[in-house]
Design a protein around this ligand. Sequence first.
Ligand SMILES: C[S@@+](CC[C@H](N)C(=O)[O-])C[C@H]1O[C@@H](n2cnc3c(N)ncnc32)[C@H](O)[C@@H]1O
Length: 226
Amino acid sequence: MDSPSPEADAASDPGRGPTEWMPARRGVGPWEGPWPDDPRLDPELLRGGDTRNVVDAYRYWSMPAIVEDLDARRHGFHVAIENFENDMNIGTVVRTANAFLAREVHIVGRKRWNRRGAMVTDRYQHVRHHGSVDELVAWAGEQGLPIVAIDNTPGSVPLETARLPERCILLFGQEGPGVTEGAQAAAEMTCSIAQFGSTRSINAGVAAGIAMHAWIRQHADLDRAW
Ligand SMILES: C[S@@+](CC[C@H](N)C(=O)[O-])C[C@H]1O[C@@H](n2cnc3c(N)ncnc32)[C@H](O)[C@@H]1O
């Protein structure tokens, strides 16, 4: 594949780092030079330019090609979030799950959630809906996946020192109720995030980011990060 411009060069060199580190922060313009012969590339994007919020390595790639590439590299952790009352953090959770390459995201309870915070990342993730905690627990059992609840409730162990399973579902609760009793009862363990201030808890989306990164620090191959 020819790389006639710095943007195109960045697009074809996965070693160059993500979009935010490159000069072409708002994406790349129409492809310049000889038409590349790569089935992963989307002719529409090559013609019109690619302004999507994707890392440079995926510039001009079609969405199915990106998902296929992600699928080959996904991590062993899943993320689940209860959605019985308030869905305002779910978009953030989905976006972060994409950044850390969670295998799947599970929405438990109501099917509808506000996609705005996801910034389109949900299209690159596998998002599975379960109508109830029981459905999630049954599915996890079939897959042999332990559930690790994340909440600061009695009986929880500090996330900072806990050993997280390599294959697991990290389960988060909502503003207000937190992780439901049934979900905590089904969990192999509950991990709390150490706090030092006056607030009872942190935002569920922030807690999800901290917990996912705890998994990354324990299990991810950092040589494969962008
Ligand atoms: C705002 S919290 C509400 C529940 C909280 N247990 C309470 O007593 O106020 C919503 C969700 O964020 C996550 N969360 C917030 N703070 C946390 C912490 N310090 N440790 C672990 N999870 C936390 C949990 O998943 C929790 O269910």
